[in-house]
Design a protein around this ligand. Structure first.
Ligand SMILES: Cc1cc2nc3c(=O)[nH]c(=O)nc-3n(C[C@H](O)[C@H](O)[C@H](O)COP(=O)(O)OP(=O)(O)OC[C@H]3O[C@@H](n4cnc5c(N)ncnc54)[C@H](O)[C@@H]3O)c2cc1C
Length: 342
């Protein structure tokens, strides 16, 4: 969210700095964007609120062009591929068909399920590397290994503005406007202000299989579990949804459960090596609705956080929305649902 927001602001000609406590585009301690599966679509959108789907569909529609631009300008391919998503039973066929018709989303009935042929995927680590490189090329300042301290009211001027944000190094980072994009850790950053964000970490674990070549053509979703085939034979299987605080570990029990589910969908995985097992902390929010808004009391502070299960999908549209709000423009989409405390 931080990188996409920076990209959007830089495109609009602003001077931007991104502050990251670890390293951008690296897996260090639970960052969600590196860890995700990269499916650019909600899993079963007919079960979500309109505000989730509005942002997710808008984000998904922007991905092909953003990824083309990133590849063209950085030489790093985020591998945005329209691989389609096959939804296997159990599912509510009537509900799915009605929702797709109403939202002009293609759907095909197949012998083994429902295929959404337009659903794309990206490769998260490569998307992040490409974004980081693009930001560097466009003179965005990246400050890594620097943790911002929780903001407190003492830092605020009488005007209700924040002029500088304190880092753990003691340094004060100045700016005209600030955006919080710190995912699962956003509550911590703002807990001493008047705003109490309803965000908590929700761990997700994923297994990475290595196959000699790409064997599945589509992403497959079955009963809360998915397989995502990459073009070079890697195959992701996941994910878990665990309320375990900031624990970024992986567990043997979940590994066995995911392995069994993956083999039930694709029996040949029994013989495929698992080459990696990781976890990430999603910024969990009620109903998956993020906060994309101005802070209620601190004039020059904005939030773009709490995207829970669909932050990668939503990121481009979410970045456009927060940038519009920061510039005082009327946003292109209905924004009230993402207001603080909405
Ligand atoms: C297993 C799994 C599968 C997923 N699959 C998908 C999917 O298929 N499709 C999809 O759309 N979404 C998916 N998601 C969800 C998606 O990854 C998240 O919604 C999204 O990455 C959130 O992005 P973010 O930038 O808000 O958070 P993060 O990527 O976690 O970034 C927050 C950053 O803030 C930094 N930070 C925190 N506190 C501070 C501080 N005080 N100072 C400086 N820096 C700080 C952190 O180090 C971190 O880098 C998945 C997530 C997981 C875990």
């Amino acid at each position: 969210m931080g990188c996409m927001t920076a990209m959007e602001l830089a495109r609009r000609g602003h001077r931007v700095t991104v502050v990251e406590r670890n390293q951008i585009a690296a897996q260090t301690s639970g960052e969600s964007s590196w860890a995700g599966a990269g499916i650019v679509f909600p899993l079963l959108p007919w079960f979500y609120k309109d505000e989730v789907n509005q942002l997710a569909l808008a984000g998904a529609s922007l991905y092909p062009e953003i990824c083309r631009q990133l590849y063209r300008e950085t030489g790093i391919d985020p591998e945005c591929i329209k691989s389609g998503m096959l939804i296997q039973p159990p599912f509510d066929r009537a509900m799915a068909l009605t929702w797709c018709a109403e939202h002009h989303v293609s759907i095909e009935q197949k012998a083994d399920g429902l295929l959404l042929p337009e659903v794309a995927q990206v490769r998260n680590p490569r998307l992040l590397q490409a974004l980081k490189q693009w930001l560097i090329q466009h003179d965005v300042t990246l400050i890594e290994h620097t943790q911002l301290a929780p903001i407190n009211e003492i830092q605020l001027e009488k005007t209700g503005q924040i002029n500088a944000w304190r880092a753990n190094t003691g340094e004060l980072l100045e700016a005209d406007q600030f955006v919080v994009t710190s995912g699962a850790w956003s509550f911590e950053l703002l807990k001493e202000t008047s705003l109490k964000l309803n965000i908590k970490p929700m761990r997700g674990q994923i297994l990475l299989f290595q196959l000699p070549a790409q064997t599945l053509q589509n992403i497959i979703y079955r009963d809360g579990f998915y397989l995502v085939p990459r073009s070079d034979g890697h195959l992701l299987a996941g994910s878990t949804l665990e309320d375990v605080g900031f624990d970024t570990g992986t567990t043997e029990a979940m590994k066995q459960e995911m392995q069994a589910k993956a083999e039930a969908i694709m029996p040949s995985l029994k013989h495929a090596p698992i080459i990696k097992h990781w976890s990430g902390l999603r910024p969990g929010t009620p109903d998956n609705v993020p906060t994309i808004a101005a802070h209620p009391t601190i004039k020059n502070l904005y939030l773009n956080t709490g995207h829970f299960r669909y932050g990668v999908t939503m990121a481009p549209a979410s970045a456009q929305l927060v940038a519009a709000l920061m510039m005082g423009e009327t946003p292109q989409m209905a924004a009230a649902a993402y207001a603080c405390g909405a």
